[in-house]
Design a protein around this ligand. Structure first.
Ligand code: PLP
Length: 223
């Protein structure tokens, strides 16, 4: 199937409340144009340099860029002017830098808190404990140029569906608890970003409302 056909097929099967992020990392601008022509507007990238290049090349009406990779603090300034959502905020230090860069340009930047729920050691993110205590501290309320919009995670890369389901479920519980305790009146804190090509149907069953799908749309990545 072509990129356009995949996009249309996935979208048709998605419940209305679930947003699709087309993960275009390592794929050429040409394929992004194809997806855009099929109606896709949100694209996810994981490297600042690559995103910068594509952002300059692709100036299409309504196109939104989401950052989904590990973000180094010294690179926040490059994407701050245009990024629509940063999924991968994995430290308090990074959050402070995003706030600083947002302040410089007078732009409130939408962010998700990335939690580390997977069994692999090499993944980024807050532990649930760290995130809970950060939220409880209330420090984030000082960051007036950051808008906390929800949570994100990457599940363990395994064929064991129960492991993945359990991780998504924990995220869902975590989100609901945080929402109720700290963001009850805030409509913008509403995003549950989990689910990729191999596990998004499961993710949706377990409360995701934003899925990040790459290879299923664009094919295998060539690194
Ligand atoms: C690459 C990537 C994806 C997409 O992965 P696929 O398996 O190709 O769908 C989703 N989320 C993050 C954070 C990624 O880095």
């Amino acid at each position: 199937m072509s990129v356009a056909q995949e996009i249309i097929k996935i979208k048709k099967e998605l419940p209305k409340h679930v947003e699709l992020v087309a993960v275009s990392k390592y794929h050429p601008a040409e394929l992004i144009r194809e997806a855009y022509a099929a109606g896709q507007r949100i694209f996810g990238e994981s490297q600042v340099q690559e995103l910068q290049r594509k952002h300059e090349e692709l100036q299409m009406e309504g196109l939104q860029w989401h950052f989904i990779g590990h973000l180094q603090t010294n690179k926040v300034k490059y994407i701050a002017p245009y990024i629509s959502l940063i999924h991968s905020v994995d430290s308090v230090k990074l959050l402070a830098e995003i706030n600083k860069q947002g302040q410089k340009i007078g732009r409130k930047i939408r962010c998700l808190l990335q939690l580390h729920v997977a069994q692999e050691e090499n993944k980024y993110g807050f532990t649930e404990e760290e995130c809970r205590s950060y939220l409880a501290s209330g420090e984030w309320k000082q960051l007036t140029y950051v808008e906390l919009c929800g949570v994100m995670c990457i599940a363990t890369n395994t064929d064991d569906e129960e492991v993945v389901r359990r991780e998504f479920h924990r995220m869902s519980v975590f989100f609901k608890d945080a929402k109720q305790k700290y963001f009850a009146g805030q409509e913008s804190f509403s995003i549950c970003s989990w689910g990729m090509s191999d596990d998004y149907p499961l993710a949706i069953q377990e409360g995701s409302n934003m899925i990040r799908v790459g290879s299923k749309i664009f094919g295998a990545r060539v690194y």
